[in-house]
Design a protein around this ligand. Structure first.
Ligand code: HEM
Length: 478
C-alpha cells in the first residue's frame, strides 16, 4: 500500500472530466496523433486529477509533480504499466524490459543496467564519434548540393546505427545507404502501438485492416533483423569464449547471463529485448535531437551561443573527440534540458494500479489506469518563470539545474524504472549537436509550420531544414 494518506481523500467518481458518449466514452475525442494535446487541454480545463474513459477503460489523468514522483517511486509493486499496452506488446511478441513486470522486470533490468552503465558506455565513445562523422558527411553533401535535409529521417538512421553497434555489436551503417531501411518498419510498429492504445475495442483480434496487415510485414522485417543480430552475437561468443566472461554489449550480456538458480534467458526474451533496444533507442533520441535543431532554427541567438561555445571547446577539430571535454559543453546541456522540458519525447506515461492504494489524496481501486501528463508538470509549473518560453539560460549557473534532478520535467522518468539509456542518449545528443554547431548553420527550409505528432513518442512533423557550411571566418574562436 502507498504511504501517502490524506483525510480529504478523493474517489474516482468525485473527479471532474470531459463528457463522453455511451459505450465509447471519450475515445472519439482522443485523436491518437494529438493525444498529448487533448490530454493537456483537458488538464487546463478540469485541473488535476481528472478522469476520462476509453470504451470500457477508465483512467485518471494526473498532472501533479508529487503524485508523479510517488507513482514513479512505487513501481513495479504498486503501479505497473497500463494493461492494454502490455497486451498490445505481447500480441506483437515484444517481451523485453519495457513491457515486463514484477520479478521478470527485476531480472531483465539488472542485465540492462550492467550493459548501459556509464563505464560500459564510455569505451563506446570512439565508434559513436565515427557514426557522427558519417552524419556530418551526409549533411555536408546536402549543404553543398543545396538540398533540404529531412532532419528526423537522417537522425533515425543515426540512432539505429548507434543502437545496433551498442546493443548488438553490429555496424548497420544505414547512414551511408539510400532507400528502405529498418527504420521505416520500426516507425510503423510505434505508430500502430499508439493507434491500438487509443482504440475503444481491439477490433484487430477479429478482423484486420490494411494497416494491420502492413504492421505484420513490418514486425516480420524487424524480427528477421533482430534474429540476424542475435545469431551473429552467438557466433562471436562461440568463436571467442572470453566474451562469455566479459560481454561487450547488451545481447551478449543477455545470452551469457545466468541467474542464481542457473536459469538463462529464453529465446523469446532475448528477441524481445533486442526489439525493445531498437524501439526505445531510436525514436526517443532522434526526436529529441530533431526538436533541438528545430529550436535552433527558431532562436538564432541560441544557435550563435552554441557555436561560440563549441568553437572555444574544440579548437581545430570538426567533432567532439575527447570525452573529458563533455563538462565544457554546458550550453549544449542547457539547450538539451530546455528542449526536453518543452518537447519531451514521452509527454504521457501510462500506468495502472496493481492494488487498492492512495496516490496523494486520491483513492485508487486495483486496476485503475493512471495517465501521467508529464509535460504539463513543467509548462504549468510555478517553478519556471515564463514557462512556455524557450530559455536555455534558466538551466545555467544559478538556474534550475542547481536544484537537483527530482524536479519537473523528469524527461527520463523517475524511480526504479527510470530510463536506463539516458547516458547513451546524452552522449549521442552531445556528439551530434557539437558536430552541427561546429560545421553548419541551420535554418528552416520553408514557411511550413513544424507541428507535433504523437506516435507513442512526440515527434516533429514537417521539419525540413537548410544546412549551410559555416565559413572559416565563422569558425574562428570568438
Ligand atoms: C533522449 C532520449 C531518451 C528519452 C527522453 C527517454 C525517455 C524515457 C522515459 C521517460 C522512460 C520511462 C518510461 C516509464 O516510466 O515507463 C524510459 C524508459 C526506457 N528507456 Fe529511454 N529514453 C531515451 C533514450 C533511450 C535509449 C537510447 C535507450 C536504449 C538504448 C532507452 C531505453 C529505455 C528502456 C529499455 C526503458 C524501459 C525501462 C524500464 O521499464 O525499466 N531509452 N525512457
Amino acid at each position: 500500500m502507498s504511504s501517502v494518506e490524506d483525510n480529504k481523500s478523493l474517489e474516482f467518481k468525485d473527479l471532474p472530466g470531459p463528457r463522453g458518449l455511451p459505450w465509447l466514452g471519450n475515445a472519439l475525442q482522443l485523436d491518437p496523433a494529438r493525444m498529448q494535446e487533448v490530454i493537456e487541454n483537458w488538464a487546463d480545463q478540469y485541473g488535476t486529477p481528472y478522469r476520462i474513459q476509453i470504451g470500457s477503460r477508465k483512467a485518471v489523468v494526473i498532472a501533479d509533480a508529487d503524485m508523479a514522483r510517488q507513482a514513479f517511486r512505487e513501481r513495479p509493486d504498486t503501479f505497473r504499466r497500463y494493461r492494454p499496452l502490455e497486451a498490445i506488446a505481447q500480441e506483437m511478441n515484444i517481451l523485453g524490459l519495457f513491457p515486463a513486470e514484477g520479478d521478470d522486470w527485476r531480472r531483465q533490468r539488472r542485465a540492462w543496467m550492467q550493459a548501459l552503465n556509464f563505464h560500459q558506455v564510455k569505451p563506446f565513445f570512439a565508434s559513436l564519434t565515427e557514426t557522427t562523422e558519417r552524419l556530418r558527411k551526409r549533411w555536408q553533401k546536402a549543404a553543398i548540393n543545396g538540398e533540404p535535409v529531412d532532419v528526423q529521417a537522417d537522425l533515425m538512421r543515426y540512432t539505429v546505427d548507434v543502437t545496433t553497434q551498442f546493443a548488438f555489436g553490429h555496424d548497420s551503417n544505414t547512414l551511408e545507404q539510400d532507400g528502405d531501411v529498418i527504420q521505416q518498419h520500426l516507425g510503423k510498429v510505434f505508430h500502430m502501438i499508439n493507434r491500438r492504445l487509443a482504440m475503444p475495442i481491439p477490433y484487430w483480434r477479429w478482423f484486420k485492416l490494411p494497416s494491420d496487415r502492413d504492421l505484420e510485414k513490418s514486425l516480420l522485417a524487424v524480427r528477421e533483423f533482430a534474429h540476424e543480430m542475435i545469431e551473429r552475437s552467438r557466433q562471436r561468443i562461440a568463436a571467442n569464449p572470453e566474451l562469455a566472461k566479459h560481454p561487450t554489449n547488451l545481447i551478449e550480456a543477455l545470452l551469457v547471463s545466468r541467474d542464481e538458480d542457473g536459469s538463462t534467458y529464453s529465446d523469446d526474451e532475448i528477441y524481445g529485448n533486442a526489439i525493445v533496444a531498437l524501439l526505445a533507442g531510436e525514436d526517443t533520441t532522434a526526436n529529441t535531437i530533431a526538436w533541438m535543431i528545430h529550436m535552433l532554427t527558431l532562436h538564432p541567438g541560441a544557435q550563435q551561443r552554441m557555436q561560440q561555445e563549441i568553437d572555444q571547446a574544440l579548437g581545430g577539430n570538426l567533432l567532439w573527440q575527447q570525452l573529458e571535454d563533455a563538462d565544457r559543453l554546458t550550453y549544449i546541456d542547457a539547450v538539451t534540458n530546455e528542449t526536453l522540458r518543452l518537447k519531451p519525447v514521452a509527454p504521457l506515461i501510462f500506468l495502472c494500479a496493481n492494488e487498492d492504494t492512495m496516490l496523494g489524496n486520491l483513492r485508487l481501486k486495483e486496476g485503475t489506469n493512471v495517465i501521467m501528463a508529464l509535460r504539463h508538470l513543467s509548462t504549468r509549473s510555478e517553478e519556471f518563470s515564463d514557462p512556455d518560453a524557450f530559455d536555455p539560460d534558466r538551466w545555467l549557473q544559478g538556474g534550475k539545474q542547481q536544484r537537483g534532478e527530482n524536479l519537473p520535467p523528469m524527461p527520463f522518468g523517475g524511480g526504479p524504472r527510470m530510463c536506463p539509456g539516458r547516458n547513451l542518449a546524452q552522449m549521442e545528443i552531445k556528439s551530434v549537436m557539437a558536430m552541427l554547431a561546429r560545421n553548419f548553420q541551420v535554418e528552416a527550409w520553408d514557411e511550413q509550420p513544424v507541428t507535433e505528432k504523437f506516435s507513442f513518442t512526440l515527434m516533429p512533423k514537417n521539419l525540413r531544414a537548410r544546412f549551410s557550411p559555416r565559413s572559416h571566418e565563422q569558425r574562428r574562436v570568438a
